[in-house]
Design a binder for this molecule. Structure first.
Ligand SMILES: [Zn+2]
Length: 199
């Protein structure tokens, strides 16, 4: 018999999904709710979809307190969403920094445009505050080469991470980093754009 994935239901929309696709929370000893992005913290988990809508719904309707049978300390729904978003972002940023250390990142408009034309890098980062025309130009180039692209971080942050001045775009060359970073980027995107909570 094939082993089935353990499943849990989302506290926001009640849908039952594979545990690994959900966002896990645990309760600290002082009953503060802690997001557990790596699914590693000890204790009983409470889950929502990887979606800010479901997380907000769960917090607004006090579902965490119900799940843990008693008082649960957590910030308001929006602040909880921010906490999770920041942690998701931190993970992406740390992988990007590692890839850069390993010499697998090219940045700057000219270098990235050339990389996109000549060889397909694994992932393209487009700064969130880039001018719309340039952003579209790069998104189009990436699309033509079949390179997934993500709008994330601002030019200052992207540059600082890479040890440079402002950077509007950065590409990760084909390497072992691509799969991990793409997975994290998709989780991040799902968190903001996905969601099954219908209300
Ligand atoms: Zn849900």
């Amino acid at each position: 018999m094939p082993r089935t994935e353990p499943q849990r239901s989302c506290l926001g929309c009640r849908e039952v999904k594979d545990k690994k696709d959900l966002l896990r929370f645990v309760l600290a000893p002082d009953r503060t709710l802690v997001p557990d992005l790596l699914n590693k913290l000890p204790g009983r988990g409470a889950y929502t979809c990887m979606s800010k809508l479901c997380l907000k719904a769960a917090a607004d309707r006090k579902q965490f307190a119900r799940s843990y049978r008693g008082e649960v300390k957590h910030a308001g729904a929006d602040e909880l969403v921010n906490q999770v978003a920041l942690r998701l972002e931190e993970r992406i940023v740390s992988y990007l920094a590692l890839a850069n250390k390993a010499g697998k990142v090219v940045s700057g408009s000219d270098m990235v445009a050339e990389a996109l034309r000549k060889r397909s890098p694994g992932v393209l980062f487009i700064a969130a505050d880039i001018s719309p025309e340039i952003g579209q130009k790069f998104a189009h180039l990436a699309c033509k080469s079949g390179v997934p692209c993500f709008n994330l971080l601002d030019k200052g942050r992207l540059g600082a991470l890479l040890g440079k001045e402002l950077r509007s775009v950065a590409a990760i060359e084909q390497s072992g980093f691509v799969e991990t970073i793409t997975r994290e980027l998709k989780r991040y995107r799902n968190f903001f754009e996905g969601g099954t909570q219908s209300q």
